[in-house]
Design a protein around this ligand. Structure first.
Ligand code: GAL
Length: 467
């Protein structure tokens, strides 16, 4: 499929405004668990014979096995830091119970949003040395990057054997599929557009939670007059995370979707206004943002009372609420609180972590075992309440989730859903990397909105949908 067709497909998907079918129970759902549809825990799931010689490309599905899988499974992710590592551990515990003969090898590389990890992964993939499975975002990161490069294998048989498609929200499946074949196993849904705040800081300054960017700037002015940092920021990827949220809050869901759809106009006055809001938002951030190690220290500025707001995905909830040493053990509504990013009430900016089967997988039986746990109700119910995400599956038991996550699950079913740039949904790696380069230059000179916009127009023309 051509790049244009790919983007058109994505556009169509997004233009349906992705009012998604249920993650989390319908209000009428019985409190007892729905019968699990995944393969029984102890069963080795794939039973069909391999159809191609192992050296042949493209890679085949995981081959058949009657014997229990054994050996090692090397799983690559960036879940290392506070809140994130604990989620992975919870899933590996399920894996250890179900596949005691397979040793889990944790190949995680530190660095939020995968900035470092994905560079390491790219080198390994180039050297034809893939891990047995790796973390990949649903959307263009998979379809426009790994599938386009022939680095991952289709999972038709896995989906057929496990019935996994039946328990996925219907709009998620196209974002992991090409030509009707699924290419990854989504394990969660994260929300990008959360504004975390310190209720005490707001109360002491006598300000309300802002709902528009203009209100946000007024609140920031009051906070600055009271000698407070308004908006906590970390390293560059968190600035891209802020950028997408300011843009969506300024342009609305339709305006945002149009930027990733054929015929996009990145030179419009609306985009200029959105970038001006971003420039102004940056002016209220901590001066040491680039020096902070990652998103956790920036989020902690808020919980410590050093800053009022942090715009971050809901992995921050895992970090805030998990007991030490995995998290900060904080109390919601007291130590921290949350609201939609200004201008995004009713919009759910989503991303989904998933795991893939490499093309020419070195150890396909072990990969298959990992994917089986990642797809399973038990695996997702262990992982997500700790990770600070909701299940990709639609049948998870909501009573296992805290108040914030239950509210996210409810919003996911009712809000207008749009895709994240920073976390791989709307742009492939090539386009995203050009945007990131433009952003880096802009952060060095954040008053020069005109040059930034020109660079974004050029990025869209060379790698995006604007040709
Ligand atoms: C995202 C990822 C999340 C979380 C976050 C911060 O890209 O999807 O699971 O890990 O980065 O590291």
């Amino acid at each position: 499929m051509s790049k244009k067709m790919l983007y058109s497909l994505l556009a169509v998907l997004m233009a349906t405004t992705l009012v998604l079918s249920a993650c989390g129970p319908a209000p009428t759902e019985a409190p007892t668990e729905a019968p699990a549809t995944e393969a029984p825990a102890t069963e080795a799931p794939m039973t069909e014979a391999p159809t191609e010689a192992p050296t042949e490309a493209p890679a085949t599905e995981a081959p058949a096995t009657e014997a229990p899988a054994s050996g090692q499974v090397e799983i690559f992710s960036w879940w290392v830091g506070g809140g994130e590592a604990a989620g992975l551990t919870a899933m590996t515990e399920v894996f250890a119970q179900q596949y005691p003969d397979i040793e889990f090898v944790n190949a995680a590389v530190a660095g939020g949003s995968g900035t470092n990890a994905r560079a390491v992964l790219a080198t390994r993939l180039q050297a034809n040395d893939p891990p047995d499975s790796w973390q990949a975002h649903a959307g263009q990161e998979i379809i426009g990057t790994y599938v386009a490069a022939g680095q991952v294998a289709p999972l038709d048989d896995f989906f057929a054997e496990t019935g996994f498609a039946d328990v996925l929200p219907e709009t998620l499946l196209p974002l992991i599929s090409q030509d009707g074949s699924p290419y990854s196993v989504p394990v969660n849904i994260h929300r990008s557009n959360v504004m975390w705040y310190n209720p005490t800081v707001l109360e002491e300054a006598g300000v309300e939670v802002p709902t528009t960017w203009d209100e946000f700037f007024e609140v920031c002015n009051t906070l600055i007059a009271a000698d407070r940092t308004c908006l906590a920021l970390g390293p560059q990827w968190t600035a891209m995370h802020l950028l997408e949220n300011v843009m969506i809050g300024s342009l609305g869901a339709e305006g945002w979707n149009a930027l990733w759809t054929e015929g996009a106009d990145w030179s419009s006055a609306e985009v200029t206004a959105a970038l001006e809001n971003f420039s102004q938002a940056l002016s209220y951030t901590n001066t040491d943002a680039a020096q902070l190690a990652d998103w956790q220290p920036a989020a902690q500025l808020v919980t410590n009372g050093d800053a009022a707001f942090n715009i971050m995905g809901d992995w921050a909830d895992g970090y805030f609420e998990n007991p030490a040493p995995d998290g900060l053990g904080l109390t919601p509504h007291e130590d921290f609180d949350w609201a939609p990013v200004p201008g995004t009430d009713g919009i759910f900016v989503f991303l989904s972590d998933s795991f893939v089967l490499p093309a020419n997988a070195p150890n396909p039986e072990a990969t298959n075992a990992w994917l089986t746990v990642a797809a399973s109700k038990e695996g997702q119910e262990a992982f997500n309440p700790v990770k600070g995400s909701i299940c990709a599956r639609t049948d998870c038991d909501q009573s296992l989730f805290n108040e914030y996550l239950q509210s996210a699950a409810a919003d996911w079913t009712t809000d207008t859903v749009v895709g994240s740039l920073t976390h791989g949904v709307v742009a492939n790696d090539a386009w995203k990397s050009e945007i990131d380069t433009a952003l880096g230059l802009f952060l060095a000179n954040p008053a020069d909105v005109a040059s930034f916009q020109t660079a974004l127009v050029e990025a869209c023309a060379s790698d995006g949908v604007c040709q």
